[in-house]
Design a protein around this ligand. Sequence first.
Ligand SMILES: Cc1cc2nc3c(=O)[nH]c(=O)nc-3n(C[C@H](O)[C@H](O)[C@H](O)COP(=O)(O)OP(=O)(O)OC[C@H]3O[C@@H](n4cnc5c(N)ncnc54)[C@H](O)[C@@H]3O)c2cc1C
Length: 563
Amino acid sequence: MVSVSTPRHEAEMMCAPCEASEASAGARREEPIENNSRYDVVVCGAGAAGTTFARTFAETTAAVDGGENEAPPSRRALLVDRGGCAKTVERVERVTRRASVYGARAEALEEFRAAGVTTTTRAVVACDAEKKTVTLDDGVVVRYGALCVATGASPRCPLPETCDGDGVDVHEVRDVESAEALARRVSESARASSSSSTRRIALAGNGGIALELVDALCGRGMALDGLESCELVWLVKHASVGDAFFDVDVADFLARALELRRRRDDGDVREEMIDWFAIARSSSSTTTARAAKGGKRRKVGAAAGPDWISTFRAEAKGANGTGRRRMRLRVVKNVEIRDAIKTPEGTNALTLTDGETIEVDAVVAAAGVEPRCEWLDEKDAPRSPIDGGVLVDECMRVVGRRNDSIFAVGDACSMEKRASAAAAPWFQMRLWSQAAQTGAFAAKVAAGACDGEALGFNFELFTHCTTFFGLKVILLGLYNAQKLESEPASDIVTYQRETLSENPEECQYVRVLLLRGRMMGAVLVGETDLEETFENLILDGVDLSRFGPHLIDPDVDLEDYFD
Ligand SMILES: Cc1cc2nc3c(=O)[nH]c(=O)nc-3n(C[C@H](O)[C@H](O)[C@H](O)COP(=O)(O)OP(=O)(O)OC[C@H]3O[C@@H](n4cnc5c(N)ncnc54)[C@H](O)[C@@H]3O)c2cc1C
């Protein structure tokens, strides 16, 4: 292993603080940061990526110098987060060697002090990369040996740039408080507390958040009286739902699974899954289109993460709600919002690209995210032309002239270089697991404990475990032919099978993708019990041509062949 070292001794509106931070002495009663003080690393952002970076750096430096470093631990790392509430990642369940289910835990920022990390609830507003300083929003300047950019991403506004959208109610879902604000908006529509209510909500987006929201409101349903008189209009830019994750075949299976779930009465299948996650709670906020599109936006906290839907459900639940109610669902495919105005009656009129106009109580922005760190000059940290993230090399260092002193991790970064490695069935997706992995990896590099090769196993295989419409979903490798665009179509083979049943425990969808006989990826929906075997087959790269479609035959025990 080549050791990469970091020079040690060089080396609007406020978001309401969360309960965790209030409970532990209050974020604003922290020790002030001295002007011109110096830290080995300054970590900007305390979401999954930043907290993992800070903790790993503190642990690694303590282990590497055996306590002999002359700087006191508190001077080694400064964790800056304007939200005042850190989000840490926990492994809830290990599914295979490489794939796990992760949960989020809210933690007071100052809890990190026990690990030797100094914390502050200020925002970083500027960076002088030449002098290696950042400026906090109270004017204090802090010097750093290395800077870690972990400022996450913001939800993309679903209204076009050309549309003013002044006053239009756009609800984003990013942090706990935005999930709660949306829940309250849905409750108001259900109760039709305002005479101008249309009892209709538009959902713009086609990724994980949209799928989960559709399931909560229209699939599983909620104990919220009046919900059944409301309609969710799901505006999907693509020809099929869930396009951010799946191709049309898997999407079609899931759409039919949703339909079955809507017909079932109890819908309690996700209860156990929900209980996996700790529910982080905080206070409220809503946003308007103008705020969501630019300068006036509120300062969002760390991404709510996998537990957000339980937060949403807890907040939306009616005090006297009886039974399980579901919204009506209308899916409009191949459309985007072309224009949006606030009507004199107080509703929001959306004109769609197919010419239809619909009036709604609110629009939910679930159309992906945009990395954010406007305070960092692009000359010091070039951005990806594809997604706007801070471009990093294999070691999570920014590309270009500040490569020796600035790292970027989590949602804020773009890992185009590592993702372009043709041989690896891995690609970047802005996920909880990848935020934590990149944070840990960059911290080890910053602490001089590893280089681009070590810990590379984190980037050998893409894995994601989640739940859609009450069904367990495991995605492995290049499951959707990602990175295989230039391969001849004749070299790619897929096999799939499905079972759809009233009993969710019997629902299964299995699809594998092979390139010249080698398994490159798999989609597993339901309790298939194939994840471990398929993960090994992808990593081993053995030629599986002789199996043909028997690879996914439930009566063939593949493990017998490979033991
Ligand atoms: C609703 C929702 C559901 C999700 N569900 C899943 C899921 O089921 N599975 C999954 O794997 N992933 C999920 N994700 C994605 C996952 O949560 C993110 O990929 C991950 O949290 C990114 O972590 P991060 O640390 O990079 O960014 P964030 O969590 O966004 O943290 C960034 C932090 O930086 C702070 N910050 C920003 N600017 C500044 C500044 N100038 N100064 C100081 N601090 C600043 C913010 O306050 C914030 O605390 C979900 C995301 C959302 C929004």
